[in-house]
Design a protein around this ligand. Structure first.
Ligand SMILES: *Cc1c(COP(=O)(O)O)cnc(C)c1O
Length: 237
């Protein structure tokens, strides 16, 4: 296949992905009495090409979510300046400065030390970094995120830090959960969010966006359903 037709093919794939995801969102909103305008679609572009991201941009997409810092930084320089960048992967201490300087949102905050560093490193010339606290909603040993029970105190402490704006909570339910278990996990996160009176619930991915919307999600993080399968594993950066 020539490069041009590969690009056209990629654009088609993204256009189809958008149409399918938009239709799924519309259907579940209609069935659960939600307004689609309350829901932000975050396009998770890790391991996706800049060409596919550009196709999404041309369809009106502005919010992009990335998990790996070096990959994200390379893409930021190749896409228009009005993209809104969300960091959604685990954060190491030595990455906080670049996250503070080059992202609008962080969805995966779960350590006080990281919060302190981000607060100190966020440039005063930028609006506060919007953050979601990641909750280990199924108490999985292997997963990042705060235990549910520690979330209220952690969220309260965040208010003491400058340059961060606590927006809400994020979770990644167990990958092997059945729909009932995933529904229960989303419902637990929703209850905690309501208790803390926060606006944002970052939950729902390609496979479970219906359950997430029904449980009150306000930010869907959708990758493969929009862009197609990811290109290659990227464990670095
Ligand atoms: C990769 C990823 C997603 C998107 O997953 P899909 O199944 O491709 O929609 C969402 N959230 C996080 C934290 C991710 O790492």
């Amino acid at each position: 296949m020539t490069k041009l037709s590969a690009n056209a093919d990629g654009r088609n794939r993204v256009a189809q992905g958008y149409a399918a995801v938009t239709a799924r969102i519309a259907t579940v909103c209609a069935n659960s009495g939600r307004n689609p305008t309350e829901i932000t679609l975050l396009a998770v572009s890790k391991q996706q090409t800049v060409q596919r991201m550009r196709a999404a941009y041309d369809l009106g997409q502005r919010h992009f979510g990335e998990n790996y810092l070096q990959e994200a930084r390379a893409k930021q320089s190749q896409l228009p300046a009005d993209c809104i960048w969300h960091f959604i992967g685990p954060v190491q201490s030595n990455k906080t400065r670049e996250i503070a300087e080059h992202f609008a949102w962080l969805h995966s905050l779960d350590r006080w030390r990281i919060a302190q560093r981000l607060a100190a490193q966020r440039p005063e010339t930028l609006p506060p970094l919007k953050v979601c606290v990641q909750i280990n909603i199924d108490a999985e040993a292997s997963k990042s995120g705060l235990p549910l029970s520690q979330a209220p105190a952690f969220c309260q402490s965040l208010a003491e830090l400058p340059n961060l704006q606590l927006m809400g909570l994020m979770c990644l339910p167990r990958a092997d959960g059945d729909p009932a278990a995933t529904h229960a996990a989303f419902t637990r996160l929703r209850a905690l969010r309501d208790k803390l009176s926060l606006p944002v619930l970052s939950m729902g991915m390609s496979a479970d966006l219906e359950l997430a919307i029904a449980a009150g999600s306000t930010i869907l993080r959708i990758g493969s359903a929009l862009f197609g399968p990811r290109e290659s594993p990227n464990e670095s950066g």
